[in-house]
Design a binder for this molecule. Structure first.
Ligand SMILES: C[C@@]1(CC(=O)O)c2cc3[nH]c(cc4nc(cc5[nH]c(cc(n2)[C@H]1CCC(=O)O)[C@@](C)(CC(=O)O)[C@@H]5CCC(=O)O)C(CC(=O)O)=C4CCC(=O)O)c(CCC(=O)O)c3CC(=O)O
Ligand SMILES: NC(=O)C1=CN([C@@H]2O[C@H](COP(=O)(O)OP(=O)(O)OC[C@H]3O[C@@H](n4cnc5c(N)ncnc54)[C@H](O)[C@@H]3O)[C@@H](O)[C@H]2O)C=CC1
Length: 258
């Protein structure tokens, strides 16, 4: 069995060529659109109704003709999803010769990458692959993950990103940041992030000036809405610092808020 190395590739605003307009071409196009790609569909006939809708809505562009290697100009990535195994293989060879990553829907090993089953929850991406052994097995395991990690994980992931940006900006020592971020994903903290109202974004630009105000906001939130991020009293009189509230984990010396 082929061995693979998983990566998450950015295709935002990049030209991605999908060859073949059937059910598989539709699935690949959907995934690419979700990642912000500029999709060029190449096929004499669009079979999928959804692909026709996307074309009519201007979400994708379509070249209504058989594939030719010229279609790869400027492509960041290509998917070969025609109903001909040989043609898909040739498309992959032509792409690889030009240094363009290629996927064959009919023979994974002919391309340079295969496509996993994906659960997208905002920034959280869960992906499942079997190295080609059994895509239906990937799909089944993905459906179990879909039930376990519901839509709320999108917002939760965004909030943890906000917390992490603040911690990166405001906590000087790496071991302390690491400890804090592990505490911030404990069961209890996760439950609290989910049940909280909006978490304010902390900016590092102008942070020094805004720090006092932001910290005051947190203090209010912590008291009334049980945000795990808390202002902790410092041993020095009149000083406070940002950390996780004691019931989550007390972390000292994180930031002085004056
Ligand atoms: C190698 C790979 C290459 C690639 O496409 O990148 C590949 C190849 C092939 N698939 C085939 C068939 C099916 N593929 C699916 C479904 C999915 N296939 C996907 C990926 C991959 N498929 C790559 C391996 C990834 C891995 O290891 O998991 C998923 C995960 C992602 C996606 O496509 O978006 C998506 C599930 C997404 C979801 O539901 O969440 C189903 C299920 C169904 O249709 O109900 C069937 C029918 C059942 C069956 O055959 O198992 C055939 C035979 C075609 C024929 O019979 O002619 C080939 C060719 C071959 O294996 O030779
Ligand atoms: N990877 C996967 O998950 C799966 C892969 N497959 C494989 O994917 C292939 C495609 O499946 P479907 O989407 O159902 O196919 P389909 O038969 O619905 O569509 C084929 C498309 O290829 C286009 N096409 C044919 N010759 C072309 C050419 N010379 N240039 C450009 N486009 C051309 C057709 O116009 C059509 O739009 C299947 O043959 C099968 O081998 C099938 C199921 C799942």
């Amino acid at each position: 069995m082929q061995r693979y190395y998983p990566i998450m590739i950015s295709v935002e605003r990049s030209r991605c060529v999908v060859v073949g307009g059937g059910a598989v071409g539709e699935r690949r196009t959907r995934g690419l659109l979700e990642a912000g790609a500029d999709v060029l569909l190449v096929c004499p006939e669009i079979v999928s109704g959804r692909l026709r809708e996307w074309k009519e809505a201007g979400a994708i562009r379509h070249l209504p003709k058989p594939f030719s290697p010229d279609d790869l100009a400027g492509a960041a990535l290509v998917v070969a999803a025609t109903d001909s195994d040989d043609l898909n293989g040739w498309i992959c060879d032509e792409a690889k010769r030009r240094g363009i990553p290629a996927n064959s829907a009919s023979d994974g090993a002919r391309g340079s990458f295969i496509v996993p089953a994906v659960i997208r929850r905002g920034g959280l991406l869960l992906t499942v692959g079997t190295s080609g052994a059994g895509p239906a097995w990937s799909a089944r395991i993905a459906s179990e993950l879909r039930a376990r990690y519901g839509p709320e994980y999108a917002e939760l992931t965004r909030r943890l990103g906000v917390v992490r940006r603040r911690v990166l900006a405001e906590v000087a020592e790496a071991p302390e940041r690491r400890r804090l971020m592990h505490a911030a994903v404990s069961d209890r903290a996760v439950e609290a992030w989910l049940s909280m109202p909006e978490l304010p974004e902390g900016g590092d630009a102008g942070r020094a000036a805004a720090k006092l105000g932001e910290c005051r906001r947190y203090e209010r939130r912590c008291e009334s809405e049980r945000c795990p991020l808390a202002l902790l009293r410092d041993s020095r009189p009149g000083t406070r610092r940002l950390g996780l509230a004691p019931e989550y984990e007390t972390i000292g010396n994180i930031v002085n808020c004056g």
